[in-house]
Design a protein around this ligand. Structure first.
Ligand SMILES: C[S@@+](CC[C@H](N)C(=O)[O-])C[C@H]1O[C@@H](n2cnc3c(N)ncnc32)[C@H](O)[C@@H]1O
Length: 294
């Protein structure tokens, strides 16, 4: 306990000297702080490796063959492809993202896999007026924590979901859910960087805890609201923490949140922890919400 307090104190000193007086620039209404496109593909592949077994178990309960599914905030479309397989040739999937780079990558990867029932379109999750037709299912994974107004997304979804259609949300809980066993101080470095990301994005990293209640009061019937916590039990899954930190490097530096040298040294320390198989690592708790549009 005393050891942990000393470590926290040292980290506080480290951060007040480096994170300093941030002059956070914001671009438009959003500032997605992570990297996009090819630069971030490997991180997202490792993320998918860690969480997809949990996601697919959840999705299979609600997505059926022949469904028309919208994957909102699809990124490079790794899950969009999995869903395209679930719905089969009689169904279809539309992946939507606001990043041109993510969509270009998603299209490239999907074309090499030759999915006939998967397409992509550019739109922001808080304005779906461009999206034509209605869907049986809208799936949103790891998007809400990047939105300044995640509640508007649920309103927009109403405009594209069929009555009785399903909204499926998967989102990470806050960083106080990540764990190392035995406790390792380097877990605090990950949390600190997460906090800087949240500051820049001006978004809420604990939205998953309350989103179900919000949906229930706003036109949806919540039929499932549970959590899963992926265990990081392979070398690539264990890289998720350091790769997340790396993905933020450009933005953190642009926003004067930390020096490159300091961040790199923190990343190296986290990589060492990830490389030590004697330390068990548990990823963020993931909230899984299924709601029906009433
Ligand atoms: C962490 S990635 C998740 C990608 C994918 N859903 C997955 O689970 O692998 C978040 C994605 O949301 C996209 N995004 C962020 N803000 C958005 C917005 N306002 N509208 C649409 N997409 C957005 C980003 O471009 C990024 O591709």
């Amino acid at each position: 306990m005393l050891y942990r307090s000393i470590v926290n104190l040292c980290l506080m000193v480290l951060f007040t000297s480096t994170a300093s007086i941030a002059t956070a620039k914001t671009s438009g209404n959003y500032s997605y702080a992570l990297a996009t496109g090819k630069e971030d593909l490997r991180r997202l592949q490792y993320l998918n490796e860690a969480v997809n077994p949990y996601s697919l178990e959840f999705l299979k309960k609600y997505i059926k063959k022949g469904d028309r599914v919208l994957d909102l905030g699809c990124g490079p479309g790794i899950m969009s492809q999995k869903i395209a397989s679930l719905v089969g040739v009689d169904g279809s999937v539309l992946g939507v993202d606001f990043s041109k780079k993510q969509l270009a990558l998603a299209k490239k990867i999907a074309s090499s896999e030759q999915f006939g029932n998967l397409s992509f379109e550019r739109a922001s999750a808080d304005d779906l007026s461009k999206i034509k037709g209605k869907f049986d299912v809208v799936y949103i994974r790891f998007l809400l924590i990047h939105m300044r107004n995640p509640y508007e997304v649920a309103e927009q979804v109403k405009t594209v979901l069929k009555p009785g259609g399903h909204l499926l949300v998967e989102e990470l809980y806050g960083n106080n859910t990540i764990k190392s066993r035995p406790y390792d101080y380097r877990i605090e470095l990950i949390k600190k960087v997460d906090n800087l990301q949240e500051e820049i994005q001006k978004s809420d990293f604990t939205i998953a805890k309350t989103y179900g209640k919000f949906l229930a009061k706003n036109g949806y019937k919540v039929i499932a609201n549970k959590t899963s916590q992926p265990k990081l039990d392979t070398p690539s899954k264990r890289r998720n923490f350091s790769m997340g930190m790396r993905s933020l490097e450009k933005t953190l530096i642009e926003h004067n949140k930390i020096s490159k040298r300091k961040l790199r040294s923190m990343i190296q320390r986290v990589e060492k922890m990830e490389g030590n198989k004697k330390i068990e690592l548990h990823f963020y708790k993931m909230g899984q919400i299924a709601a029906v549009l009433t």
